[in-house]
Every structure is written in structure tokens, then in C-alpha cells.
Design a protein around this ligand. Structure first.
Ligand SMILES: N[C@@H](CCC(=O)N[C@@H](CS)C(=O)NCC(=O)O)C(=O)O
Length: 217
């Protein structure tokens, strides 16, 4: 049994779970996985049993409970001494773009819910949605051009927490056909080839459950 247990929601729909899961996997922290189905009559009681916020992801280790994706990523980075760029300026920007994702893009998150297995969905574009897409395109370009030269990720050769934070956005842009720049298209294609993300998508496809409110487009 691993020292850590990561409690997650449905792989098809739970974008915050995906972020923590991607970070742990890429940073090489071993963990057991426990899935709580979202949107069932029992979900609330089960979620509240796992963590005080009643939300997933939750990371458990012995008596420690960590109940937020960003806090889980930070703990993983501390434990592995990986996950943030080594160079200070890049690290500061990586933290800024990760925080921007964690605290923002509400329109994108509500109008384009993560649906890992869905393809070719289309929704009406709104000004607010276009602004979120444009801002993410801009920040991906900024990271790739300033720091990405050494490899495929936002900050180059090493996968960082910033990549984990935007993994659900990669899936959303793919599902809903976001119109983005060439750099962003390249980053999406590269991130989609990642075997770790592919493993999550395969598991999402195998889930028999559907959440109607997240099936849009
Ligand atoms: N700020 C939290 C957000 C977590 C969150 O909203 N998780 C969703 C699933 S992606 C959840 O648990 N929803 C509870 C529900 O659907 O009942 C984090 O970063 O972990």
C-alpha cells in the first residue's frame, strides 16, 4: 500500500482531480487512488467523509488530509524537489500562471466543462468565453517563447505544476474546438500525446457514468 491516497472524482469530468493526479504522476510520487462518483445521491456524504471542503481532490497520508488541488501540488513539489522551474524568474511566472488558473477562468470552466472522452462538441461563443480562451492562448505563448525552448512543456524540458494546472484546459480546447494560435495548437497536440494524460483519458472512456449538466455542445 502506498503512503499516499489521492481521492478523485469521475475521471471524465473532474478537472481539479486531473490536475492533482497529473502532478503526482509526473513528479513520481506513488499513490493509491480512490474514486468518489460525483452527482449521485450519495456523493455529498461521501465527499464530506473524505475532506472538510466536501470537494475532490483530497490527498491523504497517515493523519494528514490535504483538500485542494494547488495545496496537493505544492506538497508533491516539496516532497520530490520537482514540479517548479529551477530558475527563479521562470518559477515566479509558473506560479503566477498556475494561480491564475486556480483562481480564474470561471466562464471557460462553466461554459466548457471538462468532458475528457467527448470530441467535436461546439457551443455558442460569448465575449467572456473568447476572452478566457484568448488569455490562455496568450499565457501559453508567453511561457513557451520565454521559457519553453528546452523541451515540450510550458517551461521547457521538465513537466511543471503549470502544465498540470492547464491539462484540463488542453482537454477542453480539444473537445470544443477552441480557435487558438499555432503555438497553442502545438502545445495542445503535444500535451495530448503525453502517455500519462492518455492513461487518464482511457480510464475516463471506460467509465459508464454520465453527468448531464456537463454534457454540453
Ligand atoms: N479549489 C478546489 C476545487 C475543487 C472542486 O471544485 N472539485 C469538484 C470536482 S472537479 C468537486 O469536488 N465538486 C463537488 C461536487 O460535484 O459535488 C481545488 O482546487 O481542489
Amino acid at each position: 500500500m502506498a503512503q499516499f491516497t489521492l481521492v478523485i472524482g469521475n475521471k471524465n469530468y473532474s478537472s481539479w482531480s486531473l490536475r492533482a493526479w497529473m502532478a503526482l504522476r509526473h513528479l513520481g510520487l506513488e499513490f493509491d487512488e480512490e474514486l468518489v462518483r460525483l452527482d449521485t445521491p450519495e456523493s455529498r456524504e461521501q465527499l464530506e467523509r473524505h475532506g472538510p471542503s466536501g470537494r475532490v481532490p483530497v490527498l491523504r497520508s497517515g493523519g494528514l488530509t490535504v483538500w485542494d488541488s494547488q495545496a496537493i501540488c505544492e506538497l508533491a513539489a516539496e516532497l520530490t524537489a520537482r514540479g517548479w522551474p529551477r530558475e527563479r524568474e521562470a518559477r515566479a511566472v509558473a506560479r503566477a500562471v498556475s494561480a491564475e488558473m486556480h483562481s480564474g477562468f470561471a466562464t471557460l470552466r462553466s461554459l466548457w466543462p471538462m468532458n475528457a472522452r467527448a470530441r467535436n462538441r461546439r457551443t455558442a461563443m460569448t465575449t467572456a468565453l473568447a476572452a478566457d480562451v484568448e488569455r490562455i492562448d496568450e499565457l501559453w505563448n508567453d511561457c513557451r517563447h520565454r521559457f519553453g525552448a528546452g523541451g515540450p512543456w510550458l517551461f521547457g524540458a521538465e513537466y511543471t505544476i503549470a502544465d498540470a494546472m492547464y491539462a484540463p484546459v488542453v482537454l477542453r480546447f480539444n473537445t470544443y474546438g477552441a480557435r487558438v494560435s499555432e503555438t497553442a495548437r502545438w502545445y495542445i497536440a503535444t500535451a495530448l500525446e503525453d502517455p500519462v494524460l492518455q492513461e487518464w483519458i482511457t480510464a475516463a472512456r471506460a467509465e459508464p457514468w454520465t453527468i448531464d449538466s456537463d454534457e454540453v455542445g
